[in-house]
Design a protein around this ligand. Structure first.
Ligand code: NAD
Length: 329
């Protein structure tokens, strides 16, 4: 059982606290939020809570931290956790620059602590099947990936919310949703080579932009065509095309409350065949993989090289959205 402290008790920190209540591998020992009202949310649920991150780092009973805080805080909070000898599960994006993610990977390695990241989509059963199909060669050579994630949850945020700021969330929807799709593509294709991205505000008051389209070309030569929108109802789709067939996964509901997926596969000279997947607790599965790694039962399944490749491609997308030109990764 890995005893952890949840840092940041906003939208996602509360979802994670809830999902861990049903885990046999992690126990929430403490909680921290800079906002006393949010910290009170945890105390009311019987969790020792405070407003100072240092309290969790100083607690010898806490073996790991789960960072659910604003993006620009991640690198500093990872450094402090590594220095205190705590394992780290950090929400996405792990960093906003390649230099920062490389520093986090290095600090955790040197401190002998595990670094894990909140890309739960990798743990969704149909996505595991997509990975199997790609790795086994059943789709042949991967030619192209089409991925889209849309939602309208941010329309209700106050304009000053950190998630809508250029500093915390460059390139509009990219750090909120596009990053998950980018991570899935990196997990299948490896490092990217160049990126072109366009971000516009077309259908909302979100000052930072509500519509992103990006083309990411990987070193393998395959492309990711990425769509991320913040001003239309939820839709999630991930499709991989190979020269022996294609596979597509459609989400039935937002990952915060999964309702399952439909996976459709088409073999060369075949017809599309669809299969339903029931809902699965992918967020918890990711955290439990973190616990398995921290307690020495297994390696964490997202390699550090892929964490770095994801943020390196993210940074190129930020640069391209700002420059309007193709940017090298
Ligand atoms: N994996 C997913 O699917 C998923 C979904 C939603 C959000 N997230 C990620 O979770 C993280 C948090 O996002 P959110 O939507 O919950 O934001 P939020 O604004 O709802 O919550 C963030 C919380 O962090 C607290 N905080 C700020 N500074 C702090 C500090 N120095 N120490 C402790 N607490 C501090 C805030 O008071 C707030 O309560 C982000 O990285 C976001 O991208 C991931």
């Amino acid at each position: 059982m890995l005893d952890v402290a949840i840092i940041g008790l906003g939208w996602w920190g509360r979802i994670i606290t809830g999902t861990l209540a049903e885990s046999a591998k992690l126990r929430v020992r403490r909680a921290v939020d800079a906002d006393p009202q949010a910290a009170r949310w945890a105390s009311e649920r019987g969790i020792a809570a405070s407003t100072d991150y240092a309290d969790a780092l100083a607690d010898p009973a806490v073996k790991g931290v789960v960072l659910c805080t604003p993006h620009s805080l991640h690198t500093g909070q990872i450094a402090a956790a590594a220095a205190a000898g705590k394992h780290v599960f950090c929400e996405k994006p792990l960093a906003l620059t390649r230099a920062d993610v490389e520093a986090s990977v290095r600090r955790c390695r040197e401190a002998g602590v595990v670094l894990a990241v909140g890309h739960e989509r990798r743990f969704e059963p149909p996505m595991l099947e997509v990975k199997r199909l790609v790795r086994s060669g059943e789709l042949g050579t991967v030619l192209q990936i089409e991925a889209s994630f849309s939602q309208d949850k941010f329309l209700s945020l106050p304009p000053a919310n950190w998630r809508l700021s250029e500093r915390e969330a460059p390139a509009g929807p990219m750090t909120a949703t596009g990053i998950h799709q980018l991570d899935l593509a990196v997990g299948l294709l490896g490092p990217a080579e160049r990126a072109f991205a366009s971000v516009r505000r077309l259908g909302s008051n979100l000052a930072n932009g509500d519509t992103l389209g990006a083309l990411v070309t990987f070193k393998s030569g395959a492309n990711l065509l990425l769509s991320a929108i913040l001003a239309t109802p939820f839709a999630g789709r991930f499709a991989v095309y190979g020269n022996e067939g294609w596979v597509e996964v459609r989400d039935k509901a937002h990952p915060e409350a999964p309702e399952g997926w439909v996976l459709t596969r088409c073999r060369r000279r075949g017809k599309p065949e669809s299969r339903d997947y029931p809902a699965a607790a992918a967020v918890r599965a990711n955290l439990e993989a973190f616990a398995d790694a921290a307690e020495g039962r297994a390696l964490y399944p997202v390699p550090a090289a892929e964490m770095i490749a994801n943020i390196a491609a993210l940074e190129a997308i930020f640069r391209s959205a700002a420059s309007g030109t193709v940017e090298p990764v």
